[in-house]
Design a protein. Structure first.
Length: 249
């Protein structure tokens, strides 16, 4: 299983960090989790054609996690060739209504012509290619969720999206090989609904994961300092995520 951090930033424009987007590839199965603004370009920089994506996962409806959903649907009708195989979507509650609203705004431009959209219900385990996907609610917006992806050998990764410290993310991440957590603000500037480094370290420690990846850094959160702070609670390896970082687990 290869994990690529396509976007390690936030809604704040940055020359170094694109908005939230994670790619997980396992053999012939490719999953993309969240597509914040700039994700399509980041996919190309990572060597992934959009028609290679098997499953899109969305943690919640905020713009910095969903903005390239419309461009992806639009591009799938044209480049490099029209998509012809189904595209699965597994997303936070309300996302299908969100898509229906987008159709009112954009009309047929975002309605697939040569392929189907398959909607997978969050809360129910799903199998897409070689991966099994499960979800859990997390503490951010009313309907925010996190995802766990596991391959046939049991290797697993968990991606929180935006969350605060909560029992559900700890339970979902129990024993996983890689836990990817947002780390928005420094410990001295806690904001409800988001994690600080020490809170992220606490989650990783209680979940008993093997490795922790910190991402979704606002400018005021220094990544290297965040690693040190998270390490006060978690004794495993901690990565400071950056754009186009690839890790095999």
């Amino acid at each position: 299983m290869q994990i690529t951090i396509l976007g390690s930033g936030t809604c704040v424009p940055s020359l170094e960090r694109s908005a939230a987007c994670i790619q997980v590839a396992d053999g012939r199965t490719t999953v993309v989790l969240d597509t914040g603004p700039g994700s399509l370009r980041q996919l190309l920089r990572a060597g992934t054609e959009i028609n290679a994506i098997d499953l899109l996962c969305y943690t919640h409806l905020h713009v910095d996690h969903t903005a390239d959903f419309v461009p992806l649907l639009f591009a799938s009708k044209y480049a490099p060739l029209p998509r012809t195989r189904e595209l699965a979507i597994m997303a936070a509650p309300g996302f299908r209504d969100f898509y229906n609203s987008l159709m009112h705004a954009y009309g047929d431009w975002i309605v697939p012509e040569n392929h189907a959209l398959t909607w997978l219900e969050a809360g129910q385990p799903a199998v897409v290619g070689s991966l099994t996907i499960t979800t859990a609610p997390v503490r951010h917006t009313q309907h925010s969720i996190a995802f766990r992806l596991a391959d046939s050998s049991g290797t697993s990764m968990v991606y929180s999206g935006d969350t605060d410290l909560c029992r559900d993310i700890i339970t979902l991440a129990a024993g996983c090989d890689m836990l990817i957590l947002e780390c928005s603000f420094p410990d001295s500037d806690y904001r409800e609904g988001h994690l600080t480094p020490e809170r992220a370290g606490t989650i990783a420690a209680e979940a008993g994961c093997r490795q922790l990846m910190l991402t979704h850094f606002y400018p005021e959160c220094d990544p290297q300092q965040a690693v040190c702070s998270a390490g006060k609670h978690f004794g495993g390896y901690i990565h400071a995520g950056y754009d186009l970082l690839k890790i095999n687990i």
